[in-house]
Ligand binder design. Structure first.
Ligand SMILES: [Zn+2]
Length: 64
């Protein structure tokens, strides 16, 4: 029997408007997003804690 494992990908997302960085390792405790929550698991009505932008204003943050 296959055991379903929840995968945390630790992809960080950055707000395009204010530069706020969402890190799945820490979540967003002020908005009741638990640590180890992938960005795509955050409710769609979540807003940037700094500038109140929608999730759609975030993009994948990559270290170059
Ligand atoms: Zn923002």
């Amino acid at each position: 029997m296959a055991i379903k494992k929840r995968v945390i990908d630790y992809t960080k997302y950055m707000c395009k408007k204010c530069g706020f960085l969402y890190d799945p390792k820490y979540g967003d405790q002020e908005s009741n997003v638990n640590p180890l929550t992938n960005f795509n698991e955050i409710p769609d009505d979540w807003k940037c804690p700094i500038c109140n932008s929608d999730k759609t204003d975030f993009e994948v943050f990559t270290h170059l």
